[in-house]
Design a protein around this ligand. Structure first.
Ligand code: ASP
Length: 337
């Protein structure tokens, strides 16, 4: 009898708790949790870079600095709007990079540097941290938005990386927008490009984001290194070197001297230091960029966001175009401090 009463009491308390807990939950949170495959809800964050390089305060005109600042702000807004409305981090990464590719200020898409033969050859990659699916294209000319070709490789093939004429053919058959070399080389653009290159040798673009479902994604797009050998491929389209995303740890996009980023598997190393050694995203970024790469005289930087929305923006060059946004803060910067 006493036992029955005790069970009854316990049952009553439990039902009260379940009932009152669900009563108090805001409705959006409930539906967010219910619709999420992984039963996770998260606060969105976007972080991006427009290349690490020799840019310093004395080295860049006020008008050019302003142009970069407003472009970085606009890029942030594009990605942020997608995340805020419940869009995926993958979509935010692709659309933000498309915007940066269309802006001649960066060494990606329209503003891509020329190789030793005076031709633009693009590299790009994108990775989904939820599924570990990735897509990339390398050494391709004539695509308006290389990042969208990379995304299509991920979404519609069983491959990770398509290169050269095969990648071009794939993009053409998929209906992506094609451009001729004049798109990159109008006389005015050529003059601008030389000016920009004098100021900033790099300019690769990259974005990492976490969405409301807690999914991470990262992407990178570049024209590569100025005057690179015809056919040279850098780190940007190499998954694990220039780009990596894994929901267990972080999403990363790198910029800098690509050969070193490939040899050090930098983007994967970020994930590995966090997964195996329990580093924070900032500790991992600092160790790789300021210690490992500096010892090898390797210049560059990276941006990353972890699964809890913490951001790292680390570089060992005089400057890096960079920006991030979360619910409470928005930050745009170019120089070391
Ligand atoms: N990492 C790019 C490459 O080596 C260049 C850059 O980020 O500036 O192709």
């Amino acid at each position: 009898m006493i036992m029955n009463k005790a069970w009854g009491l316990l049952f009553g308390m439990l039902s009260f708790c379940i009932f009152s807990c669900s009563e108090n939950k805001p409705t959006e949170t409930v539906s967010e949790i219910e619709t999420s495959e992984k039963l996770v809800s998260s606060k969105p964050v976007i972080v991006l870079h427009g290349g690490a390089g020799s840019v310093t305060r004395d080295h860049i005109s006020d008008s050019l600095a302003q142009a970069y600042e407003s472009s970085l702000n606009e890029a942030l807004q594009i990605g942020w709007r997608i995340l805020e409305q419940g869009g995926s981090s993958l979509e935010a990464v692709e659309q933000t990079i498309r915007f940066l590719e269309n802006d001649p200020l960066y060494n990606a898409g329209k503003g891509s540097v020329l190789n030793a033969q005076g031709i633009v050859e693009n590299d790009a990659s994108i990775m989904d941290g939820a599924s570990l699916q990735a897509g990339a294209i390398a050494g391709v000319y004539g695509l308006k938005n290389p990042i969208s070709a990379a995304r299509l490789v991920k979404d519609s093939t069983s491959h990770v990386l398509l290169a050269g004429t095969g990648a071009y053919k794939f993009a053409k058959e998929s209906g992506l927008e094609l451009v001729d070399q004049d798109y990159f080389l109008t006389p005015i653009r050529l003059k601008d490009k030389i000016e920009i290159l004098k100021e900033n040798k790099h300019g690769t673009v990259g974005v990492a984001a976490i969405d409301k479902n807690g999914n991470l994604a990262a992407g990178t797009s570049t024209g590569g290194m100025h005057k690179k050998k015809f056919g040279r491929v850098g780190d940007s389209p190499i998954i694990g070197a220039g780009t990596y995303a894994n929901n267990n740890t972080c999403a990363v996009s790198c910029t800098g001297h690509g050969e070193f980023f490939i040899k050090n598997a930098v983007a994967y190393d970020m994930h590995a230091l966090m997964e195996y050694k329990g580093y924070t995203v900032q500790q991992a970024a600092q160790e790789i960029i300021q210690d490992k790469l500096v010892k090898q005289k390797a210049l560059g930087g990276l941006i990353a966001v972890d699964k809890n929305g913490n951001v790292a923006m680390e570089f060992n060059t005089p400057g890096m175009f960079r920006a991030y946004k979360n619910e409470n803060e928005q930050h745009v910067a170019m120089f070391a401090n």
